[in-house]
Ligand binder design. Structure first.
Ligand SMILES: NC(=O)c1ccc[n+]([C@@H]2O[C@H](COP(=O)([O-])OP(=O)(O)OC[C@H]3O[C@@H](n4cnc5c(N)ncnc54)[C@H](OP(=O)(O)O)[C@@H]3O)[C@@H](O)[C@H]2O)c1
Length: 315
């Protein structure tokens, strides 16, 4: 169980970028079945975002959760005046509820961080959302965002965290998390499949650096370590990676695409890896600690593009 403020999330959740469709090869009916299978097996946390398929993912998640008691997290990405509230209300209409509302990225330089973070705080005060969080914030931005808030706290920072990107293990970042009481939600926990030795031809994966890392000598050692632990424990390689992240204090949100993958994710809830396996995985993945958390650069050019896209989108 992971406590995110007042929310009690299962140790493994789901990520629903795939449900946005376009960048991934997916089948809507299979996804619905997968999410419901995961909920039946004890996963009670699902993450989506307004930009995943311009609302498509939120609509599918809204449908999948009907009849289940699950925590719904989503992310807003537009930061012009009033847009956080406007986005949140639109997401709420698609989802039916928002338990955790996160800023998808640090706001662009021309949108003052404090103003945007306080917009989030106001939504919590108005009872529109239960908890607030951020995503892709490094230690410095996280501290600044926390200073902006008057009454409430940021409960989580959603960052890339997987065997090929362990920047969330940098001392400075962990220190900030510890001092502020912020939990890590791990995105792309399976490195989009690269940590399992897989490859996918879709747009979401073609450019992902994880696959390049997987083809290096150090990368091959990671995949080998994951496979050998999986074999020893009679578990799936995906469950091994998720259980390892769980042990490292993060809430992984794998993007499952079918019921079998949902079962693997749920398998990680119960999988406790012994010390020797954890050590093997820690050592194999150690070369991937360097790099820096978050997307500092997004505060510049992409911030402008992301806002333009949101203004022009049919959301
Ligand atoms: N905050 C952000 O900026 C941000 C950025 C990226 C992602 N995210 C969130 O993180 C979630 C997860 O990230 P992700 O989807 O990019 O990557 P991921 O979870 O690391 O990998 C997902 C891919 O791995 C494969 N997979 C999943 N379960 C598997 C299993 N049990 N066995 C074998 N293969 C399996 C599937 O692809 P195939 O079956 O096709 O191989 C799936 O598409 C997203 O859905 C999203 O919610 C957030």
């Amino acid at each position: 169980m992971m406590e995110l403020g007042s929310l009690k999330a299962s140790d493994v959740g789901l990520g629903a970028w795939q449900a946005g469709g376009r960048a991934w090869t997916v089948d809507r009916a299979e996804l619905l079945k997968a999410y419901r299978r995961a909920f039946e097996l004890g996963i009670n946390f699902v993450d989506t975002a307004e930009i995943y398929g311009w609302g498509e993912s939120e609509r599918l998640v809204g449908e999948a959760i009907r009849g289940y008691d699950v925590i719904v997290a989503t992310k807003v990405a537009g930061f012009h005046w009033g847009s956080v509230e406007k986005s949140a209300r639109a997401s709420l209409a698609r989802l039916g509820r928002i338990d955790l509302l996160q800023l998808h990225w640090p706001p662009p330089v021309y949108a003052p961080l404090c103003r945007v973070v306080r917009d989030l705080e106001r939504l919590k005060e108005a009872g529109l959302v239960s908890e607030i969080g951020v995503s892709n914030f490094d230690a410095r931005l996280l501290r600044r965002a926390a200073e902006c808030l008057k009454r409430h706290e940021i409960v989580s920072d959603q960052v890339e965290y997987n065997p090929f990107n362990r920047s969330a293990d940098a001392d400075e970042f962990r220190k900030a998390l510890g001092e502020l009481g912020v939990k890590i939600i791990a995105w792309s926990p399976l490195a989009k499949g690269a940590a399992l030795g897989k490859w996918g031809p879709d747009r979401a994966r073609r450019m992902d650096p994880s696959f390049k890392k997987a083809s290096t000598e150090a990368g091959r050692r990671v995949v080998e370590a994951v496979r050998s632990v999986a074999q020893r424990r009679g578990a799936s390689p995906a469950a091994v990676v998720l259980a390892w992240l769980k042990h490292r204090g993060a809430l992984p949100i794998p993007g499952v695409k079918n019921a079998a993958q949902a079962e693997d994710a749920a398998g990680a809830l119960r999988l406790q890896l012994p010390e020797e396996d954890l050590r093997l995985l820690d050592e194999a993945t150690a070369p991937f600690i360097a790099g820096g958390v978050g997307m500092g650069g997004i505060r510049y050019v992409p911030g402008f593009l992301q806002e333009l896209a949101l203004r022009l989108s049919p959301l």
